[in-house]
Write a protein that binds this ligand. Structure first.
Ligand code: ASP
Length: 440
């Protein structure tokens, strides 16, 4: 059997597997999970209803138990996501067995990603400079906030090494693949998989076939496990949201509500931009597109992880949006890693908000530099919960804002992370429908 037949023959089997990921009315069940999770979280939170206990540490223990199904769900997905990314990219590149296709899609996709991210950051910069949510904070308030419990040691553990730009570029290539996997460095894994995919494409069929067959099996195996995980998705969503809200409540919103609203307004504008792109460039009906992607959006909102949402995004792209697998399996893993418009917008707004709070005035050249830095930073932000704010710390030191300023915005970061991840995932699916139309 030729390699091409081999890939297309697995189409049906693969379709069955992706179908089992999004079963009937899954989105309604997830939506209920979300609503119950938010309500229960607010009732149980010491900063909300406090119906069981008003003691934050006791409430934290309850939250830990409630989070169990959610953590299990994430654990199952994280367990298989690296082999899934590797195989999806290799097969995405090889499904057409056509080097021309890979060239065309890369030439179209990378500028598209850069352009949408630049637009998202510009929207954020415009809004934050217009609304000016950071003006009018008294010095006393800032000092109190910095000394309050919102210490930066609650940030996710993510190591940021200060590298120069040439070092960063060199760092894209994993010299040690096992290390890249251990570090869960998705960007390096994507680069290595893309290289392996292109190399495989240039091999004679006979030599390429065994590895392609192996990739097909591994990809199906990972999707099967994800299909099992999806059975507990509604409970997982309930438990993850309940856990977050028990720990944060809505109290944190108080003084920095305007900042929160500015980020949300920016994210909403980016959503509108995606809808226009999907309708105008992707030639999709608005409701067909929005209805098609809702499972992925709900999972992104509840897990705050584009990485964990990736398998669902691939499934909805193929099942609901009818995007060619060669496109979805290339665009989604790559997009989840480097295309984070929601995160980029958030980082720009947060940086300028803190400049306003600390009375630092940036001129046009500095703002342009911020735009470029944010685009780069969002590309390097891993697709996991809460890391956007850690990467923000490097942007802040670059523009002279004390990184401790992060303590000011930490309280609402979890809620904003859910929203920006939803935007990140929507961006990848929008890219899928556009590329599906233009690249053949
Ligand atoms: N949670 C985001 C994502 O996975 C990244 C971030 O902004 O923290 O897309």
């Amino acid at each position: 059997m030729s390699t091409h037949e081999n890939i297309s023959q697995r189409g049906q089997v693969m379709e069955d597997v992706t179908e089992s990921i999004i079963h009937d009315n899954l989105w309604i069940k997830i939506l209920f999970g979300m609503i119950f999770g938010i309500v229960a979280g607010l009732l149980l939170s010491p900063y909300g209803g406090a119906i069981i206990t008003a003691d934050p540490s006791a409430a934290g223990q309850i939250a830990e138990w409630i989070a169990l199904p959610g953590k299990l769900f994430l654990g199952l997905i994280q367990m298989v996501v690296i082999p899934l990314v590797i195989c999806s990219i290799i097969l995405g590149i090889n499904s057409s067995r056509n080097l021309e296709f890979v060239k065309n899609i890369s030439i179209a996709l990378l500028p598209y990603f850069l352009a949408t991210t630049a637009l998202a950051v510009s929207i954020g910069i415009f809004l934050v400079q217009w609304i000016r949510p950071g003006d009018g904070f008294s010095e006393e308030f800032v000092t109190n906030m910095l000394n309050s419990g919102a210490a930066t040691d609650t940030l996710p553990d993510y190591n940021l090494t200060d590298l120069t730009i040439p070092q960063r570029l060199l760092n894209l290539l994993p010299t040690n693949i096992a290390q890249a996997e251990l570090d869960r460095n998705m960007l390096q894994i994507v680069v290595a998989s893309a290289l392996a995919g292109v190399a495989l494409l240039s091999l004679p069929e006979r030599s390429a076939e065994p590895l392609i067959k192996l990739s097909v099996s591994v990809q199906m195996l990972t999707m099967k496990i994800i299909g099992w995980a999806m059975h507990i998705a509604p409970y997982a969503v309930f438990s993850l949201l309940c856990d977050i809200l028990i720990r944060t409540g809505f109290d944190a919103l108080g003084s920095i509500g305007l900042y929160f609203i500015t980020v949300l307004a920016g994210l909403a504008c980016v959503m509108v931009m995606y809808m226009l792109i999907a309708v105008i460039l992707g030639k999709r009906s608005l409701f067909g597109f929005l209805g098609g992607i809702r499972e992925a959006q709900l999972i992104a909102f509840s897990t705050s992880s584009s990485g964990a949402t990736m398998p669902v995004s691939i499934s909805v792209a193929e099942e609901h949006l009818r995007v060619k697998p060669s496109v979805s399996r290339f665009v989604v893993p790559l997009g989840a890693t480097i295309n984070m418009d929601g995160t980029a917008l958030y980082q720009a707004v947060a940086a300028l908000f803190l400049c306003q709070v600390f009375g630092i005035e940036l001129g046009t050249p500095e703002i342009l530099l911020l735009l470029i830095t944010t685009i780069g930073a969002s590309i390097g932000t891993p697709a996991t919960p809460g890391v956007g704010i850690v990467v923000l710390a490097t942007i802040l030191s670059g523009i002279g804002v004390p990184p401790e300023g992060i303590a000011l915005i930490l309280g609402v970061d979890r809620l904003l992370d859910m929203c920006r991840t939803t935007v990140n995932v929507t961006g990848d699916l929008t890219a899928c429908v556009v590329m599906d139309r233009f690249v053949s």
